[in-house]
Design a protein around this ligand. Structure first.
Ligand SMILES: C[S@@+](CC[C@H](N)C(=O)[O-])C[C@H]1O[C@@H](n2cnc3c(N)ncnc32)[C@H](O)[C@@H]1O
Length: 199
């Protein structure tokens, strides 16, 4: 979907819950605050939640309308909001403690290239958290985009995982009012030894 399509969606109504995804909250809750980027932040539910816990957060999304919803929420002044295409945006090398990417779905080559770049933004020990709809969700889950070419899987995220010390790379279940959805989770740390190829 293009930025205009997302803007139209966000203009219609609030799209996501005000609070964070439960698994994102569970994984990040115990971490000491640092510098984070929420890529494709949408209405900023995760950026706002992190900022509330003392993180210095930059929320990046190409939908100005989505970000505007977040900017109206309490605590929004603690977040840096950036309207940009994530494929063009960059953070300085080794500058971040956390890159969070929740439910961003792009064609696979773009996804892989973006996540590989995102690893270079992490300091050694910094964390990458990717959570999104799994490709199996189309046939065995509920909701989410139905185009399998843009969805995640353990296999598709393996080249990114290879750059990290991986804590978790797996398909996870998410209970929704409509039934069980299937997501893919990548949760890992940039190691001291990580050498990230330029492409
Ligand atoms: C399903 S929403 C998820 C929002 C947020 N991460 C969350 O979990 O609440 C996907 C978001 O990706 C953004 N997006 C999609 N492609 C993008 C791109 N190329 N650059 C920046 N944002 C993008 C959309 O505008 C939308 O806000």
């Amino acid at each position: 979907m293009r930025a205009e399509d997302w803007n139209a969606r966000y203009a219609e109504q609030q799209q996501w819950s005000a609070g964070p995804n439960a698994l994102v909250a569970e994984l990040l809750e115990g971490l000491p605050p640092g510098r984070a980027v929420d890529l494709a932040a949408g209405e900023g539910r995760h950026a706002l939640w992190l900022a509330d816990r003392g993180w210095q957060v930059t929320a990046v999304d190409f939908s100005a309308t989505g970000l505007a919803r977040g900017q109206e929420r309490p605590g929004a002044e603690r977040v840096t909001w950036v309207t940009a295409d994530v494929l063009d945006w960059s953070a300085p090398a080794s500058s971040l403690d956390l890159v969070l990417v929740a439910y961003l779905h792009l064609p696979e080559p773009d996804t892989t290239a973006l996540f590989r770049r995102a690893v270079t933004w992490l300091r050694p020990g910094g964390r990458l958290l990717v959570l999104g709809h799994d490709v199996d969700n189309v046939t065995a889950g509920v909701g989410g985009p139905q185009d399998p070419t843009i969805l995640h899987s353990v296999t598709r995220l393996a080249p990114v995982a290879a750059l990290l010390d991986v804590d978790r790379l797996e398909q996870v279940r998410r209970e929704t009012p409509a039934g069980t959805a299937l997501d893919t989770l990548l949760w890992g740390r940039r190691s001291d030894r990580t050498v990230v190829p330029r492409r």
